[in-house]
Design a protein around this ligand. Structure first.
Ligand SMILES: Cc1ncc(COP(=O)(O)O)c(C=O)c1O
Length: 342
């Protein structure tokens, strides 16, 4: 039987980007956890006829949930903030999702905390609800077993996995599934951005959405990572354009940032096979990242991509430009002394 549109779109195209570099190019990576989380909830009897799905997101997970919920005929409320792209908002509404926008950021944790506060209010108001909780639900990382299988069958051995980290679901889930198959030798490289708390920096304003975070998601298993890279907004945006110009791959900025890191890794380790996760397409960023005038106006233009990152010894030393730290599969507390994190 032919799949539904979400089933047809959820797996990536595996493309060759260099002698030892492969990309997993998704239309919308978050379709994988959206379907898996709802399937599991359904299987456990947590989605009764009238149960409303409520989630906090201003990005691609909201879109994926809206597509899934539309197909399942299920009501969805998405809590978002004013930064949500108006075109995405129209698309979400077309799909029948109610979009609830919080007005003010919280004093600690910014809009993300304000959204979680609002989410708690809505959950109290709807006794019959299901909260997918992408930041803490183990079914988010658990959704990526199929990706590990696909990568292994498409290219054989994967030595290095590189990808952007937001909730941690995709990188931690895929790395765990690959290691379960071939052992611990698989290197996992996290791509974060300066001013994100995920790997121990202090929270600060950032342009790039999808990777980085103002709050620490329980789904981020720090001990999965061998390296962390902090890529600045301007580098990530310039890399996104370079990915398009060089490889005709029209992807979003988290893909560009990850590709820049993966290309360096592939050059540095020519005997190892590197795979990079490219989570979404470029259409949503047509008027920003793909618009030179917008980049200039925001002071985010960059003429040349850096060739290599600066190695640092501690998260505090990372940034403002591309830098990296040997994380060495340590727990967060082993790298960032208690009280030092924002
Ligand atoms: C465009 C984009 N890239 C990367 C990520 C990070 O993926 P994960 O949440 O699995 O860490 C996200 C997460 O929302 C995203 O929207």
């Amino acid at each position: 039987m032919a799949p539904t549109i979400t089933g047809a779109l959820e797996l990536p195209r595996i493309v060759r980007l260099g002698p030892n570099l492969y990309g997993a190019a998704f239309t919308l990576m978050k379709l994988l956890p959206a379907r898996h989380i709802l399937d599991r909830a359904d299987g456990e009897g947590r989605l009764e006829p009238g149960t409303v799905v409520i989630e906090s997101t201003s990005g691609t997970f909201g879109l994926a949930l809206a597509m899934e919920c539309r197909l399942r005929g299920r009501a969805l409320v998405l809590v978002s903030d004013p930064a949500v792209d108006p075109r995405l908002r129209r698309r979400l509404r077309d799909l029948g999702a109610a979009v609830d926008i919080v007005a003010e950021p919280a004093s600690v944790g910014g809009y993300q905390q304000a959204r979680l506060d609002r989410l708690a209010e809505l959950r109290a108001r709807h006794p019959r609800h299901f909260w997918p909780a992408q930041y803490s639900n183990p079914d988010n990382p658990g959704a990526y077993d199929v990706l590990a299988e696909l990568l292994t069958s498409a290219i054989g051995r994967v030595d290095v996995l590189v990808g952007p980290v937001g909730s941690g679901g995709s990188m931690c889930g895929t790395a765990a599934a690959l290691r379960a198959g071939v052992g611990d030798a698989v290197t996992a490289v996290a791509v974060d951005t300066p001013g994100s708390v995920l790997f121990g920096q202090r929270d600060a304003p950032r342009w790039i959405r999808g990777l980085g975070n103002s709050l620490m998601p329980p789904n981020l298993d720090h001990s999965a990572f061998d390296e962390v890279h902090w890529v600045s907004d301007r580098e990530g945006f310039a890399a996104t354009r370079a990915l398009h110009r060089r490889h005709a791959l029209y992807m979003g900025p988290t893909s560009g940032a990850a590709w820049m890191v993966a290309s360096w890794k592939a050059r540095a380790e020519p005997d190892r096979r590197v795979v990079v996760l490219l989570p979404d397409e470029g259409h949503r960023y047509q008027d920003t990242v793909y618009d030179d005038a917008w980049l200039r106006r925001q002071g985010l233009g960059l003429r040349r991509l850096p060739n290599r990152p600066v190695e640092v010894d501690a998260p505090d030393d990372g940034g403002p430009e591309w830098s990296w730290l040997r994380w060495d599969r340590r727990r967060f507390e082993a790298v960032v002394p208690r009280g030092a994190a924002a």
